[in-house]
Design a protein around this ligand. Structure first.
Ligand code: HEC
Length: 205
């Protein structure tokens, strides 16, 4: 679902930019008649594209908030997009080349920022995967009491090879601790990875 919407968002943004660029170029090169014809023809498609742009964008933004991953670049991008729209509307309406060019600059700038933003997030995701190496987290945080095979039982630790808990329960125990077991100093993503490790590499072995 998320992936599908993301791809639709890219497609819609591309169409939106294309319309924008064509209109701005026509305006700047003084092809006013053509500009008016084109704008008129494209009025309905443009409305649909803009609506889809907003809907997919809002959906993606709400999804993002679950990860709590808003950052500075993200806000600049949103501000640029929303500021460029009224400037474009006025620019196109008054056939003001400066305003049209300015709004195009802003919208393509925000598009560039969106790219940088995704690259940075991609890099962050990769580096956290490396430290997320579930086996090594298990060895350094859990094996002390549970042992490499889960059966050690030091300090009254439960035998993990016999656990009947779900992935979600194990994740919560890792994050919150239980009885004599302290909470591990890991983030939710790492806890998830370790829980999966316990279920697939220790349980039933
Ligand atoms: C200081 C020792 C200690 C460490 C370190 C420790 N545990 Fe535990 N663990 C325990 C004890 C003691 C219990 C039993 C808690 C209870 O039931 O009251 C337990 C229980 C559990 C349970 C519940 C098992 C069940 O079936 O009820 C899971 C799952 C678990 N530990 C996973 C982990 C993981 C994963 C780590 C590493 C992130 C870890 N533990 C680190 C001591 C430890």
């Amino acid at each position: 679902m998320y992936k599908g919407i993301l791809h639709s968002h890219y497609l819609v943004v591309t169409l939106f930019l294309l319309l924008y660029v064509i209109k701005t170029i026509l305006l700047i090169s003084d092809k006013i008649e053509l500009f008016e014809k084109f704008s008129k023809k494209m009025r309905i498609p443009e409305m649909i594209i803009s609506a889809l742009f907003l809907i997919t964008g809002i959906y993606l933004t709400t999804q993002l908030s679950f990860g709590g991953k808003y950052d500075f670049l993200f806000w600049i991008k949103i501000i640029l997009v929303f500021a460029s729209i009224p400037i474009a509307v006025i620019g196109f309406k008054k056939k003001n080349k400066m305003l049209a060019a300015l709004s195009l600059l802003m919208i393509t700038g925000s598009f560039g920022l969106a790219e940088v933003y995704h690259k940075r997030k991609g890099i962050a995701a990769e580096s956290s995967l490396a430290t997320n190496d579930a086996a090594s987290i298990y060895k350094s945080n859990c094996a002390l009491c549970h042992g490499d095979n889960g059966k050690l039982g030091a300090s009254g630790a439960k035998d993990l090879s016999l656990t009947t808990l779900s992935n979600e329960d194990i994740k919560n125990i890792i994050l919150q601790g239980k009885g004599a077991m302290p909470a591990a100093q890991v983030n939710a993503e790492q806890a998830q990875a370790v829980a999966e490790y316990v279920l697939s590499n220790i349980k039933g072995k």
